[in-house]
Design a protein around this ligand. Sequence first.
Ligand code: FMN
Length: 264
Amino acid sequence: MSSKTNTSLWARWRNLSNDSPTKIVVVAVGVCLACSILVSSAAVLLKPRQQENEAQARQQEILKVAGLYRADADMETLFEAIETRYVDLVSGDYIAANDVPTPTVLTLAREHDIAGIGKHPRHVPIYHVYENDVLATLILPLIGKGLWSTIHGFVALAADGNTVKAISFYDHAETPGLGSEISSPDWQAKWQGKKIVGMHGHMQIRVIKGQVDPASHHADYEIDGLSGATLTANGVTNMVHYWLGEHGFGPFLARVRVSGPEGG
Ligand SMILES: Cc1cc2nc3c(=O)[nH]c(=O)nc-3n(C[C@H](O)[C@H](O)[C@H](O)COP(=O)(O)O)c2cc1C
């Protein structure tokens, strides 16, 4: 009985003209359904691979700002030279290596959110690089809005907690040839040796519009602008000010400047 009904349904479907509204709607819905199942399955199945790629891209950037990256070497092996530590952004303290903190999110008041990120974890990983068993470099993560996209980066600081050794910006969607010049090694090299805060502890580092005047009193804190990309460059300055300022790593860096990089 049921097979007879099925046969007659199939026969009725076959007899329907291709121009019939019923057939058009059923075929369109069927195609949409099949495509959406295909796309969502691909998204679910590829998620672990995507996360793995993101973690590798992160590791590569950390190694680059640490000055340890070599294209011909195994990244996992290179990364063994780097120590990961967690910092409590509120207290400015390191979290003890065996103390796994409860994940806590800090929601930012609009007036403090100059990086345009809304919220971020309270406990954030930073990276230590040792030279001859001495902690020589602190690598801190950065994240903030550019003109079109969220920009990710890392800054490597000397043990004084106030001198930039290297910086990198990656994983963004600023316009090629304009805002995306923030990823150019030549421009990133201009950050090397720049100071973050001045003698009185105020944030001074910034990307300016135009070229830095080497004779200026501010030359130690200023980085050449990117022609035609001032809005992205302003986003970079805001991101750096947020993360190295009082609501980001400021309390931690204040301790480093007094007690050294191990005592943050
Ligand atoms: C299609 C298009 C893409 C742009 N992309 C960027 C960009 O990625 N970053 C940026 O700062 N400005 C970008 N701009 C330019 C900005 O609108 C703005 O003019 C520029 O940031 C001002 O910088 P300037 O004062 O150095 O000229 C773009 C403009 C256009 C028309």
